[in-house]
Design a protein around this ligand. Sequence first.
Ligand SMILES: Nc1ncnc2c1ncn2[C@@H]1O[C@H](COP(=O)(O)OP(=O)(O)OP(=O)(O)O)[C@@H](O)[C@H]1O
Ligand SMILES: [Mg+2]
Length: 255
Amino acid sequence: MLEHITATRYVTPLREGGSLPGIVEGDDCGTWVLKFRGAGQGLKVLVAEVVVGELARRLGLRVPEMKAVELDAQIAKYEADEEVQDLLTASIGLNLGVDFLPGSFGYDGSQPPPPEEAARIVWLDAFTANVDRTWSNPNLLVWHHQAWCIDHGAALYFHHSWPGKGSNPDRFAAQGFDVSKHVLLDVAGDVTTAHAELAPRVDEALLEEVLAQVPDPWLEPAPGLADPAAVRAAYRENLLARVASPAAWLPGGAR
Ligand SMILES: Nc1ncnc2c1ncn2[C@@H]1O[C@H](COP(=O)(O)OP(=O)(O)OP(=O)(O)O)[C@@H](O)[C@H]1O
Ligand SMILES: [Mg+2]
């Protein structure tokens, strides 16, 4: 599971993100971008962040370190801003911490990643159905002249239908991907080559390792998915089904 730390101080809101992420200090002396469990989008967004981010890391892409950050009631008490106080109060418990990259800036095309790396990022987004890496919302930081992938909360959208319908891996496997607005479309090399390189690495063992990082309390039960182990198995089955049927989603067509 992700390493656990406790927030010792709320520093400032990050004003930019839609979910009102904030910056906190941890008892590990680190500075963390906190994605709050109490933000409107719910726990599944945090699960997608961890699953896709930790998968990306294991496939060799740069993703800031993530930790599970405990927020206790004391921190909310000392916050003067009412909106932030409400968010903190709603988020007591485990939240997601993303290592703050000081001096990074949002991708603007001025320092594009090499074509092979860009193709691997496009592949990751197509595979995980991440629609949130466009020019209006690049979710890519440039830090020390290199690209860092952030904000994977919109990926794995299939899990939002679990509360009513349960898991259906065939549906996710057949879901297309619109690459036309991807922020790296113009600089990416051959995505089918990236697929040939990365897809064989996405096996049961890798996915189990990735899914083990997700804290149990974020894995909400759904019809047919009674406990965290069943929820993890559903993510694994959905991702394995999709990686095996690239014809539906691979930009440039499957080989
Ligand atoms: N690890 C980080 N280091 C430095 N800055 C960061 C980091 N993570 C996020 N940011 C900054 O905060 C902004 C919002 O973060 P993020 O995209 O993760 O939040 P969000 O609420 O999911 O956003 P949205 O839904 O609006 O895309 C980023 O665009 C970036 O400017
Ligand atoms: Mg974002």
